[in-house]
Design a protein around this ligand. Structure first.
Ligand code: SF4
Length: 296
């Protein structure tokens, strides 16, 4: 159980306040280009549905070119809109709803992937599909993965795994790396953090490992929310069962996403939560190391 008394009894995850104003801009504390350089594809509703169903059109929050995050080398990270989770610490609450994104053609994104191919080659980088939740738009994600593989580009998705059942085996075939966000190890803590069930994440991680896909696990360490030794131990115990995990990233909570919650008119429940102390971070990293895992 949390020791900070955060949240409202009986309510899990973050509340959503509907607003009509689309917010498009940078993701978290990272400087993105929004959807700059990509054409916003406006089409009649019927045509839009057909394109979305075929995976040719998706809802994009933003993109950025990054090095040393989101996978190896220099990467084009695309942030898709829409997420079924409501994490209390979400850095990108403006990606939670799909309608806040911009309609973009897969071909336009893939043209960009092709443009950066020399950079990917030189650095061992590639394409990372993040969000939001990439599996919220499975057809679009599938199309991007396939297109990137046809270009010979390394691929990754950054996912909570909650919608893992939407990831088909042919999508797994096109994945070189999965960044799996395991937000907690105890079901009740997971629900408190995200508003959803833990089990689909566990199932997806196991399936990815069975498929032989390299996996980096991410765990956000939030004092008073995810830091309980039993919760961390449950994550570590689970991750140790996944044979393809090559690293665990313990990400210390920070307040840099806070302004977005305010801008969206959403109640932010972690306003009084402080980043973890170096001692706490080390304790948690140690819990993963005790399981024989490589920790960053
Ligand atoms: S899964 Fe990611 S994008 Fe979705 S609510 Fe949680 S932190 Fe935000």
């Amino acid at each position: 159980m949390s020791t900070t008394g955060l949240g409202v009894p009986g309510q899990h995850g973050a509340p959503i306040v509907e607003r009509d104003t689309p917010l498009v801009g940078g993701a978290a504390a990272r400087t993105t280009s929004g959807t700059a350089g990509l054409e916003v594809h406006e089409a009649p509703r019927s045509e839009t549905f057909a394109l979305v169903r075929a995976g040719d059109l998706g809802s994009l929050h933003s993109w950025e070119l990054v090095t040393a995050v989101d996978g190896p080398g220099t990467r084009l990270t695309v942030f898709l809109s829409g997420c079924p989770l409501r994490c209390l610490y979400c850095h990108n609450p403006d990606t939670m709803e799909m309608r806040r994104g911009e309609p973009v053609l897969a071909d336009d994104l893939l043209t960009r992937v092709e443009r950066y191919r020399p950079v990917f080659r030189a650095t061992g980088g590639g394409l990372t599909i993040s969000g939001g939740e990439p599996l919220m738009q499975p057809a679009f994600t599938r199309r991007l993965l396939r297109g990137a593989k046809e270009l010979g580009v390394h691929t990754a998705i950054d996912t909570s795994g909650f919608l893992g059942s939407a990831c088909t085996d042919d999508m797994l075939d096109d994945l070189d790396l999965v960044l799996l966000d395991v937000k907690s190890g105890l079901p009740e803590t997971y629900r408190r953090v995200t508003g959803r069930d833990l089990q689909p994440t566990l199932d997806f991680g196991a399936r990815v490992a069975d498929h032989g896909i390299e996996t980096w696990v991410r765990f956000v360490l939030v004092p008073g929310l995810t830091d309980e030794p039993a919760n961390v131990a449950a994550v570590a115990e689970y991750v140790a069962t996944l044979s393809t995990v090559t690293r665990v990233e313990v990400l210390p909570f920070h307040q840099m996403g806070r302004d977005k919650w305010d801008a969206l008119g959403m109640r932010y429940e972690l306003a009084d939560t402080r980043p973890p102390t170096p001692e706490l971070v080390e304790r948690v990293r140690g819990q993963f190391r005790e399981r024989g895992l490589t920790v960053y």
